[in-house]
Design a protein around this ligand. Sequence first.
Ligand SMILES: N[C@@H](CCC(=O)N[C@@H](CS)C(=O)NCC(=O)O)C(=O)O
Length: 329
Amino acid sequence: MTYRIFGSELSPFSVKVRSYFRYKGLPHEWIPRSAATMDEFRKHAKLPLIPLVLTPEGEALQDSTPIIEKLEARHPEPRLDPADPVLAFLSALLEEYSDEWGNKPMFHYRWSREVDEISTAERIAAENLPDAPDEQRAGVVQMIRGRMPGRLSFVGSSPETAAAIEASFVREIELLEAHLAERPFVMGARPCLADLGLFCQLYESSTDPTPGAILRERAPRVCGWIERMLTPKAEGDFEEWDALAPTLAPLLRSEVGELFLPWSDANAKAIAAGEESFEVELKGETFRQGVQKYHAKSLGVIRVKRAAASDRSRLDAVLEETGCAGYLA
Ligand SMILES: N[C@@H](CCC(=O)N[C@@H](CS)C(=O)NCC(=O)O)C(=O)O
């Protein structure tokens, strides 16, 4: 009764799902994407995206958030998210922020500077062709380097937006550094969906030369938490919102309420209006990029989760206080 995960060490969403399996103690086989496993991957995958999970019954699952939700329903113990509906929603919101915005600095740093581009392309080539002769691997490195920087615009990275994206990375890790000074995981002494979503992008950055150096210099506790999240284990209980708020509310306000949600809302409005690109004021500066279709869908999903949450008055007070409420209506 073993699950199979087709993924890559270089893919944040794959590593996120792998850590979930490890935390839950679910039997699984990790299958690194490579030339040797490509045919089997293609046979099952509906979309050319990793991770792909095959259940013991042979069902193919894609998209990390629905994968985790489906597995939570099948294997409810130990429960991933806090029982408190306010914390459970905030956990989902932080995951959404990191999946959709946190991925920008990860991808931007990876393919913007030569040093990171070479390092990443070498590692992808090594994973893909573990036994290939140097010459063949060098050809693959060149192919990857020729292709990936051209995809920076897909996540909104451009010379014009680079400074805003890099500043958001530094703020995120410094806010997390302060928060993790008091606890091993984002919501207390056990990991939740927010940890999985936040850590996986930062794990990838920690392995890349430029953002890895920034993390080690500015956020040593975040580095320790990234290590813990590779094989997460519960060490105790979740905390209450009042205990988390002094350092978690600033992260929600600064990076979700003032940055991610206004961006995601503007993106969704541009798609609804049939536009190809949009601009939005973020922290006093104009941010311009092409629309990102997937994000409008996941914004819709998180709005539905908010509408369905119990204990709305307590949740709404937190969302108001952190500047998130208006974007989630
Ligand atoms: N929303 C999806 C995103 C998956 C995704 O973007 N996967 C990337 C790697 S992290 C991918 O497969 N890109 C195409 C490729 O690498 O060939 C999820 O959460 O699983």
